[in-house]
Design a protein around this ligand. Structure first.
Ligand code: HEM
Length: 497
């Protein structure tokens, strides 16, 4: 009898707790919605899910979600609000606001970055440079990393860029003159992974030519990261538990590899040995262990951060660039002529050669204007602001998208035309409208690294081969949180005439 009463009592308590939680969620959402009721924006299709159905419609129409956000910008103007479950994002396409939010450190990164802290319960990017929200902690780390990206150290990384590109050339050798189109994205992805692994952390594993458990672990982890971001509720279903375990193992494998490399480097430093000229070696030299600037966990966070931030982005940039070159024979000819003139048949591409590849740089810049792998950034407003006549309260998450602004006639003449020389003319208004690497102190630390690496890889490819885009290769964009070319960048490869 007592047990039945207890059970009834417990059930009542549970019911009451659920009811209170439900009411609290309703009040929270009601207050959130009313905070932004004065702003334009699409109608919420659900009280609880807000505008999450917009995601579904973008997937169904096979367009990147950011393209849907551009359409909404065209419909509602430079400022609008969109709700995802319990989060409101204010999308802003206004250079003055981009300047205010990115050039002023008082506006920090919002909580939405926490989604990258861990993947399926295993620490992932943790408190690395991209995700750290505390400005002073971030600043202390960034100042240690900055020297590794100065010109003189980047010059010292040229051998890594050359060696990895040579391996890509070798990997493609079997596909030359076969009359079969081959996907280039896998090669780009492996090559940029190899560069980060070696120039960044001194890994010795072969990542381009052979099958590698590390490459598989990177792919599985990234897939897990995307799923967690886009389909967080999949995990409720037991059919996804196997995948979750695979992702957890893969992330752990990356963290273990990072820890091993960092420990090795630390030991070498303590033994007074010379550290190699890679990013990890340079950070070790510049950081002060006595100040405990980097505990092992944070250092491993940075290891993962550099793979996430530096690999796929640069690989995707190369893919987009090759697709655009394939579709613009006159631009391709100028790139090839420049590479022939600057590099000729040299085996080793020097830093000075890269600096002379000015037209190729314009092509990369134009590729980044229309096809930047990273679509934008978000800041948490530190104080109330009025943007284009709209009041935005302090604490709001404001999204600024370079993808959106790059497609606005207001800032770029004939915005959808791929025109590398636009950067030499004075017709556009790119100031605070062009920011593929973001702007301000939290802009991309690897910007120059990526642009040098991409030029070396392109130079080596065109130095050795001719490429012809497969006519079935799409010019579309695949949204995988970062943007990548749809269709794997299919090309026929020929020996150079
Ligand atoms: C085409 C290639 C690349 C693009 C388009 C790109 C873009 C970006 C963007 C937009 C941000 C700002 C992210 C935010 O606001 O949350 C960023 C940050 C960052 N990127 Fe890149 N990136 C590229 C390549 C690289 C490479 C090669 C590395 C490393 C070698 C790198 C390392 C980082 C790091 C560590 C941050 C965080 C910076 C900080 O907050 O201090 N990126 N990148």
């Amino acid at each position: 009898m007592l047990t039945i009463i207890l059970l009834k009592y417990t059930a009542l308590v549970v019911l009451a707790v659920v009811l209170v939680a439900f009411l609290a969620a309703c009040v929270f959402l009601y207050r959130l919605h009313s905070r932004y009721d004065h702003l334009p924006g699409p109608k919420r299709t659900s009280f609880f899910m807000g505008n999450a159905s917009e995601f579904r419609s973008a997937i169904e129409r096979q367009i990147p979600f950011i393209q849907r956000m551009l359409e909404l910008q065209q419909e509602f103007g430079p400022v609008y609000v969109i709700f995802f479950f319990h989060q409101a994002f204010i999308s802003v396409a206004d250079p003055a606001t981009v300047k205010e939010l990115l050039m002023n450190d008082i506006h920090t990164k919002p909580d939405s970055y926490k989604v990258l802290y861990e993947v399926y319960g295993v620490r992932f990017m943790g408190k690395g440079l991209v995700t750290e929200q505390d400005h002073s902690k971030w600043y202390n780390h960034r100042k240690i990393f900055n020297p590794a990206f100065h010109r003189k150290h980047l010059m010292g990384l040229m051998s890594y860029f050359n060696t990895s590109s040579d391996k890509l050339v070798l990997k493609l050798k079997d596909d030359v003159d076969t009359g079969k189109a081959v996907p280039l994205m896998d090669g780009f992805s492996r090559t940029t992974l190899d560069v980060i692994a070696k120039a960044g952390f001194g890994m010795t594993q072969e990542l381009i030519l052979d099958e590698s458990p590390f490459v598989e672990a990177v792919e599985t982890s990234f897939q897990g990261m995307r799923n967690q971001f886009r389909k967080p509720y999949d995990l409720i279903f037991p059919s996804h538990w196997k995948f979750r375990r695979e992702v957890q193992r893969a992330v752990q494998c990356l963290r273990d590899t990072g820890e091993e490399l960092i420990s090795k480097s630390r030991k070498a430093l303590l033994m007074g040995e010379d550290l190699p000229n890679n990013i990890l070696g340079i950070i070790m030299k510049y950081s002060n262990p006595s100040e405990d600037q980097f505990d092992m966990e944070t250092m491993v966070d940075e290891f993962l951060t550099f793979f996430v931030a530096g690999q796929e982005t640069t690989g995707n940039l190369l893919g987009f660039a090759m697709v655009q070159l394939g579709g613009h024979p006159e631009i391709l000819k100028r790139v090839r002529d420049e590479i022939d003139a600057v590099v000729g048949d040299k085996d080793f591409i020097e830093y000075e050669d890269v600096m002379k590849m000015e037209y190729t740089l314009l092509v990369l810049k134009e590729t980044l204007r229309l096809y930047s792998p990273a679509v934008g950034t978000v800041r948490r407003l530190a104080y109330d602001m009025t943007v284009c006549g709209h009041h935005i309260p302090a604490g709001s998450s404001v999204q600024m998208s370079h993808y959106i602004m790059a497609r606005m006639e207001k800032f770029f003449k004939n915005p959808l035309t791929f025109d590398p020389e636009r950067f030499l003319r004075d017709e556009d208004k790119p100031l605070y409208a062009y920011f593929p690497f973001s702007l301000g102190t939290r802009s991309c630390i690897g910007q120059q690294f990526a642009l040098i690496e991409a030029r070396v890889i392109l130079a080596k490819l065109y130095q050795n081969y001719d490429f012809k885009l497969d006519p079935t290769q799409s010019f579309g964009i695949l949204d995988q949180i970062t943007l990548k070319p749809k269709g794997q960048c299919m090309n026929y490869i020929y020996s150079r005439q």
